[in-house]
Design a binder for this molecule. Sequence first.
Ligand code: LUZ
Ligand code: MOS
Length: 722
Amino acid sequence: MTRPDLTSLAQGRARFTADLPLPDGCLHAEPVPAPHAHAGFHAVDAAPALARPGVLAVLTAADIPGRNDVGTLGPEPVLADGQVHCVGQPFALVVAETPDAAREAAGLVTADWTPLPAVVDAADATELIGPVRTLACGNVDDVWPSCATVVAGTVALGSADHAALETHCALAVPTEDGLLIHSATQSPSTVQVAVARVLGLPQHVVQVDVDRLGGAFGGKEEQATWWAALAALAAGSTGRPVRLLLSRADDLRLTGKRHPQTARFRLGLDAEGRFVAYQVDLSQDAGCSTDLSPSILERAALHATAAYRIPNVRVTARSVRTNTPSNTAFRGFGAPQAIFVLEAALRAAARAMGVPPESLQARNLLADGDTFPSGQQVRRARGRLSWDELVTRRDPETVRGEIDAWNATGPRRRRGMAVVPLCFGIAFTSTTLNQASALVHVHHDGSVNVSTGAVEMGQGVAGKIRAVVACTLGIDERLVRVEPTSTSRIANMSPTAASTGSDLNGSAAREACLTILAGLPELAPGAPWSQRVGAAYATRRPLSALAHFATPGLQQLDATGHGTPFRYHVFGAALIEASVDVLLGTGRVDRVTIVHDIARSIDPLTDRGQVEGAVVQGIGWMTTEEVVRDASGRLLSDSFATYKVPDLHDAPELDVTLLDEPNPDGLLGSKGVGEPPLVYGLGAFFALQDAIASYAPQAALDFTAPLTAERIFGLLHGARDA
Ligand code: LUZ
Ligand code: MOS
């Protein structure tokens, strides 16, 4: 396959938003972050900042011509107005001739603050965001007495930063009648809507363009909007182009991250180890505003039963408000957090029953004919197939035997293992979002332009769409160019998110190609493409088409949590092997063996990279990535020196087997790939925990993540000395 997309990246020619040439007269904007986690303020003093050379303006909420709200599901002021709700919330915006002038001046803007009581720790939160969600099936209250084993416990999961290579960035350029915005966003239409609202403009004079992103992982699904709206506000106010580019430190300090989550669980099993009842209360830390939290909570609740059949279930899920930057979408969108809880619960049960966790997992895998608590039927389950294939690749039972024998010799490096089965639902849980459009132009010479709402963020969606168009038209990929994403070519885009980017946009692109093909004149069989196109033009047939795709078969969840939220599910199984140094407390993930249900991949190399990247990202969340704030809500882990993302050195040996049975509900038999494999990374926690248990077998199971070296050391030795 020719890969112009990869070539330009490898050669450093690929341009990101911050690489775009600055227009003449371009200014630079710098947000002024709030110093308090919760406070009232008045009398913003901009005079010292305005006195600096090169500073043109200091904007506040009072300068917003439209509505001060960039939120999608709840209100989200673009500049704080009278109150701030987290450290780092922008309350003013400095606009200057150079980035340095803007940054220095931002440090001089002050206000009169009245600090208010702040909740930094979710354990102290009293306020909910959105309603408590429940999801239930069977009759969980009545069956406990019939269980042979019942375990209960708690879980506490940490946050994680998206740590995309490209920090947030936007460039806003005034046009004759509106604005052109280059935004590093996963959701150009969300930016368009928000900018139009903030500036009091109709949507059609606000054009949002995205060439590509340098990573996003959910961090740019909702929260890119702010920076684009601030750049647009400054451009609107000064009449000049304005760029806003966050430094790494500000990107870490000012933006939301993965939702930390606490949970209480109760799991009941029969004497054969079958799951009978599961009750779980999930509590996610939403941060200071709504953002996408209600939607993330919904996906969490829908994944509470993970890859397993449980006949009696009650999930209650709540979002609590804290005075920290609003947490947001992050690869997996709440599902990995919920899956962790059941994986923890089954390990508590395995210990209570004196059996390996794998035996309980293997016994309870979902199969066709089962029902999810939402009422959705399990179809084409591949959990058993994945598990059986894993056994042939690297048999968990054999590995457990090896590990037990190794640990029995009392080595300094203790080994452990964990299996994590996967079942992940594909579709936006908000049914409306499951639609996409594509615009295909075929030129005289047979070359093709295709536009969709998909945003290329390194996940390879542009390459997949190119492949789909080429294969549908029966032409060489070199004849196909995928256009940068623009709201002027495609309207009403959904975010590129929920692992649906290729499914939705690729399906629309394929539809458009089929429409064009259907309109081509009949020529002799085997007539070359260029001749067919030429004949179509000569006989005045359309060579362009706009197509729309809406995922069939979905039904929005009702208030009781019933519906058909997903088009299909992605299955798989992973065996994670890890070890701990009992003297140092350091942990390491040594080896990961994965069988993943990729179906009929449109781009196997990219998909393999997605699986590998996701699992390493999950490992980072479970091990070294620790978001630390002080008691006043200030972020302490505000650089990559103090916030440790996994690097190549931390990556384990990875052995990925792809199951390639075609998926009738996906694009050309494929399945979405972006988010699901992150779940395998949870195994890092449980494998390390398993290794720790070989040294400190009496210690109670503790389900607090991440398992940093400090925490591992404490579990090894605190437990022993107690
Ligand atoms: N975004 C969203 C998502 O709005 N709805 C979803 O269901 C979703 N799922 C995963 C990632 N982003
Ligand atoms: Mo997402 S978590 O932007 O698919």
